[in-house]
Ligand binder design. Structure first.
Ligand SMILES: [Zn+2]
Length: 262
């Protein structure tokens, strides 16, 4: 599809026609004997879908559209790239978008390579994504924590033995997706350290607007309910993060010790 769009940049009608065929299965297309008028499947029977096409161009485009795109990456590599891009995007939208676009471009062109010296080396790209993610994590740690814009209410606080706030765990729906967070209140009101959890890794969120939206979503859904939901969904206590081995605790989402303290 990307090939079609690229090759037919200057001929929107032909591009639309070829894409329609490609979408409809893209295989059994009779290449016309000469330049002729064709009907797109989406306009079947209607006159407005008729387009002028050129035989050579159709043969060329169908060849490239139907040939399976080779993706040399393993499933694990695809997943890892996707995770890294998601983590980068959480911290730097523009960098994440650029990484996404480049990755999709190489995938679309079927150019991923195992050759480390190749421009499209899989491992070299993963290394670059990892480096970018690590750099953003470092920058996040170094940056001062800002107060959230006025939030109506406050998240619960759990103190360690020396009186420092500890992280609590929450599951909450943000824009239709269930997200998992570890949130540690700062010493002052409206200051929160927020990490988003992806698999077993935590990535800090710095944008105060994003943080305020997360805190608001949790307060709206009920902080305790979100902690329980975390435990129910992931099998780790929403208050201390420990694994819940007991079936009753898993159904509650909170371990017995923590339950007594809530
Ligand atoms: Zn617990």
């Amino acid at each position: 599809m990307a090939t079609i769009a690229r090759n037919y940049r200057r001929n929107a009608h032909t591009a639309r026609f070829l894409m329609a065929f490609h979408t409809a299965g893209g295989v059994a297309v009779d290449v016309p004997a000469e330049d002729s008028t064709y009907e797109t499947p989406e306009h079947n029977g209607g006159g407005d879908g008729m387009v002028e096409i050129n035989r050579g161009r159709v043969a060329e485009a169908i060849g490239s559209a139907v040939a399976p795109v080779r993706d040399a990456r393993s499933e694990g590599q695809v997943r890892y790239m996707n995770n890294l891009i998601a983590w980068i995007t959480e911290k730097d939208q523009a960098a994440g978008d650029a990484a996404r676009a480049w990755t999709d471009g190489v995938t679309g062109a079927g150019k991923w390579s195992y050759d480390k010296a190749d421009k499209f080396s899989i491992s070299a790209w993963i290394d670059r994504l990892k480096a970018k993610n690590a750099e953003l994590n470092e920058a996040a740690k170094a940056a001062p924590v800002e107060a959230l814009p006025a939030v109506d209410g406050a998240l619960p606080v759990k103190l360690d033995k020396s009186g420092k706030p500890m992280g609590l765990y929450y599951a909450v729906d943000i824009e239709g997706t269930t997200k998992f967070y570890r949130i540690k209140p700062g010493r002052k009101a409206d200051f929160y350290f927020i990490d988003v959890q992806a698999s077993d890794e935590f990535h800090s969120i710095r944008n105060v607007g994003t943080k305020a939206a997360i805190v608001k979503a949790i307060l709206d859904a009920g902080a305790e309910d979100c902690m329980r939901r975390y435990g129910q969904l992931l099998g780790h206590c929403g208050r201390c993060g420990r694994t819940l081995t007991d079936e009753t605790s898993r159904s509650i989402g909170i371990g017995p010790d923590c339950l007594g303290k809530m």
